[in-house]
Design a protein around this ligand. Sequence first.
Ligand code: FEO
Length: 394
Amino acid sequence: MKRPQIKPGIHAVGAIDWDRRLFDALIPLPDGTSYNSYLVRGSQKTALIDTVDPAMDTVLTGNLDDLKVENIDYVICNHAEQDHAGSIPLILDLYPGARIVCTPKCKGMLMDLLHLDEGVITTVNDGDILSLGDRTFEFIHAPWVHWPETMVSYLKEDKVLFSCDFFGSHLAQTALYVQNEGQVYESAKRYFGEIMMPFRTNIKKNMERLQSYAIDIIAPSHGPVYDRPEFILDAYRHWVYDEPANMVLLPYVSMHGSTKDMVDYMVGALTERGVNVRQFDLTVADPGKLAIALVDSATLVLGACTVLGGAHPLAANVVFLANALRPNLKYATIIGSFGWGQRTIEQITGMLTNLKPEILPPVYIKGSPTENDFAALDALAESIAQKHRENGYK
Ligand code: FEO
């Protein structure tokens, strides 16, 4: 098959994985993903940027065969994670003259993860240049997007930024470039929520670094290439800089309906007061959708019933996830019902070690809700609405 080109001599040679449905044994992939690899031919040297997941290594080598690539001088490894670096050993077998180019931190990881020989690796410092003849790479260290060793590679003459996971999206499509920005926005937000959000501070620093570069094209390692970089740069600016939205995330679990009755009432009470709500039944919820909602929700209201004297495991699980993803939550509280054990509130609030939301007084009741309990939910909804108004959340 003829390989798509970003520009003459810059070929996409990665693999589209239509069928993958789970990443990191955690993240649902409703639209598959891709492992993007790029071949850049200069007048004197040839470079391969990242490889592919080893499960699809024959797609990469087949694409290189199609292009009649006889020699690769450099394999630029922006990130050591196996979905990008995992096929490096095969590439070294097929192209034994290639040198691996990566950050010093990445070198150790490649030796640990892939058992690469130290002698095949050349490390580059932040700002270092690599010439292919008429084309030049500048390497920009970008730590913690999303591992400590990550970098991005800027092809100066063509103004192409090879950003690896940074700005990526889990989306399989045959077209090289973004076709439907709404669809890519959702996929990229899912990716950001689950992979990048815990490193929001580092991402801000790396975004600031990139401001001084003229970028015509962003070529990430997952999902389509951006020929309108402002689309994804604007999205990232919104996710990392803006205040959260006038939105409550309300995940819940209910065994016999009492907590669900409270959740339904709370959704109505918040809606009547102009607060938007995203409600999730935790017995069927997609963790990716929860992560998307966490990116810009101002408040978490957890609907949690009690089981075995404490928090239902599904309620504890979503709080564990939220704590790990470090969203910009400003307020949190719990609503729900218990029979006799009352340790849920203590357990749940004790899990929010990474987050600093203001904890609003929970409405945690014995048995099924009464008029007094619904009145307490009204008061909680009013308090949330007022706080959102005072902060100007939109
Ligand atoms: Fe797509 Fe961090 O690997």
